[in-house]
Each structure stands twice: as structure tokens, then as C-alpha cells.
Design a protein around this ligand. Structure first.
Ligand SMILES: [Zn+2]
Length: 306
């Protein structure tokens, strides 16, 4: 039974995942971005607790984390969201505590491996996983192998530039995909374009905007159209560059994918004429809310059980 650890900027989720990708027990705590040691203590405690709940013995630990991480050394890189965790090795520390093997990957890669192995991407030779939520991330799996760049680097599909006149991003560019099409970008567009007397308070989420659009709110419908435009451009770029068998879509914004898909497909049809874009299957992730947690477990299988 694999202990799965999903480390994000706001929460850490831990669970027990069987070798068919089913979550038998799970729990979570808020992340303390400054304090690595208390984070590790919490993770160890949650691993013991969920193993007890599921009535199983831990045989390995898989970790997916917000990046950048060094998967081969099992260390955190220069993680923006977790300044106190930089350079630390959760792999070494958890192996010492539990005396089992552990492995670490970027959470986008972990989720891509899960969808490729246990989810919607099964039997797809060339798969790109895209998650659209508070940011845009993903992973690329080719013939069952995770695509890695130079020195094991994780490609940042969310930072492809869509509009150089767009909003500034921490990556150094303006108008990258994430800065235009992630959930907060959709919310910012809605707030910018709402008339002063619009009945919706600030702090609105992308999901709420989608609900309003379905109820006929004119500004929300425009926001959905813009979102679909940016999603379509980014996905069309991925298809032109990689011509994958499938793109698996996930993340909180994609919970309302039905609102965007017609426009996304039209955009792809319009701008991907030189590749067989109709052969790329755009499909929704099938592992649900726990994709990242299941992905963390899959990291262990990918590293040690192939
Ligand atoms: Zn960026």
C-alpha cells in the first residue's frame, strides 16, 4: 500500500492508495510555507493515521509537489510558494522515518502519470495533461515515459505566451497562458469588466462566474467567452507543437468544461490546419478531486514498480 503525499502551496493532502489507484483513506492540513520540519511532522503523522484508518501497512511513499523540484535528488528546488522548504529532501527524510522507498515528482507530472496509468489517458501513446485552476500546469507522457527536459527539468506549459500585451506574470513575461486563463485571471477579467453597480461582490471565483453564465448573466457570459478563447489558443499551440493522441483536461476551471468546449474546438479547427488536429482527443480527467493524491502514489509505481 502506497502512502501518497500531495504538497501544495495552501494544503498538504495525504492518503493511502492501492495498486489500482483507489484512495482508501485521506486527510489534509494547511501548508506552513515557512516551516519544513513541522510540515514533515504533519506528513508523518497523517501517513500513520491514514494507514491505521485503512487498516494497511505502508510499503512505499510517493510524493507530488508544487515545483520546481529535483525528482532524481528528491529535493525541493527554488519553490516560490514554500520559501522555508527550499533545498530540503522529503524523500530522504520520509525514507528514514518509515524505512520504505520514496519518490518525488512535480505535481503536474504526478497527475499526468496517474491519468496515463489509471485514468482517462490509458492506452494513449502521446498524452498531455493540462490542469487549469489557480494556475495552469501539466505534464507530458510519451509511450508511458514522463517527458523530462535538460537536467530532468519539467516543462512549463502554463507559461507559453498567448498575448505579449497581457498581464504581467512572475515568470518574467506578460500575457502567458496562466496569467490569462487560470481561474484568478478569469475572475480578474470579470471584475474589470463588471459595471460599478454589478450585483456581485469582488472575490468572485471562476466557478461562480460559470454558474452566473449558465443563469444568463451577460458579463459572466462574456468572461466565459474570453476564457474559452485563451484556453483554445493555448491548447491549439500544444496541438501544433506536439500533435498528441490526447489532451486530458483537469482542474477547478475545467469542472465547467462544457461551457468552453465548443469555442475551444472551433479555435483548434481554425488554427491547426497543418496537423491532424481532429485526431487529438480532448478529454476530461477521470480520477476526480483526488487526481493529485492518486498521482503522488503513481510516482512511486513509476519509479520502482515498472
Ligand atoms: Zn508566466
Amino acid at each position: 500500500m502506497i502512502g501518497a503525499v500531495d504538497i501544495g502551496g495552501t494544503k498538504i493532502a495525504v492518503g493511502m492508495v492501492d495498486d489500482e489507484g483507489r484512495v482508501l483513506a485521506r486527510t489534509q492540513v494547511p501548508t506552513d510555507p515557512e516551516n519544513y520540519n513541522s510540515g514533515m511532522d504533519a506528513i508523518a503523522r497523517m501517513l500513520r493515521k491514514t494507514a491505521r484508518t485503512a487498516g494497511v501497512e505502508l510499503t512505499g511513499i510517493g510524493i507530488g509537489s508544487t515545483g520546481p523540484v529535483d525528482p532524481m535528488r528528491g529535493e525541493f528546488g527554488d519553490v516560490d510558494f514554500l520559501p522555508g522548504w527550499r533545498g530540503k529532501s522529503p524523500v530522504r527524510d520520509l525514507e528514514k522515518i518509515f524505512n520504505v522507498r520514496a519518490a518525488l515528482e512535480n505535481d503536474g507530472d504526478a497527475a499526468a502519470l496517474a491519468e496515463a496509468g489509471w485514468g482517462a489517458g490509458r492506452n494513449r501513446k502521446r498524452l498531455i495533461y493540462v490542469t487549469v485552476g489557480t494556475g495552469i500546469g501539466g505534464g507530458i507522457v510519451l509511450d508511458g515515459e514522463l517527458y523530462r527536459g535538460v537536467d530532468g527539468a519539467h516543462p512549463e506549459i502554463g507559461h507559453q505566451v498567448i498575448d505579449p500585451a497581457g498581464p504581467e506574470c512572475s515568470c518574467g513575461f506578460r500575457g502567458c497562458w496562466e496569467s490569462l486563463a487560470a481561474g484568478p485571471a478569469m475572475a480578474a477579467w470579470f471584475e474589470r469588466n463588471s459595471p460599478g453597480n454589478h450585483p456581485h461582490p469582488t472575490g468572485i471565483t471562476a466557478q461562480r462566474i460559470c454558474e452566473l453564465a449558465q443563469q444568463g448573466d451577460a458579463v459572466a457570459i462574456k468572461a466565459v467567452e474570453h476564457e474559452a478563447l485563451y484556453l483554445g489558443l493555448g491548447l491549439a499551440n500544444l496541438i501544433n507543437l506536439f500533435t498528441p493522441d490526447a489532451i486530458v483536461l483537469s482542474g477547478s476551471v475545467m469542472k465547467r468544461a462544457e461551457l468552453f468546449m465548443d469555442r475551444i474546438r472551433a479555435m483548434i479547427h481554425r488554427g491547426c490546419r497543418f496537423v491532424p488536429a481532429e485526431k487529438t482527443d480532448l478529454t476530461l480527467a477521470s480520477l476526480g478531486e483526488d487526481t493529485n493524491l492518486i498521482g503522488a502514489a503513481r510516482v512511486w509505481h513509476y519509479r520502482f514498480a515498472r
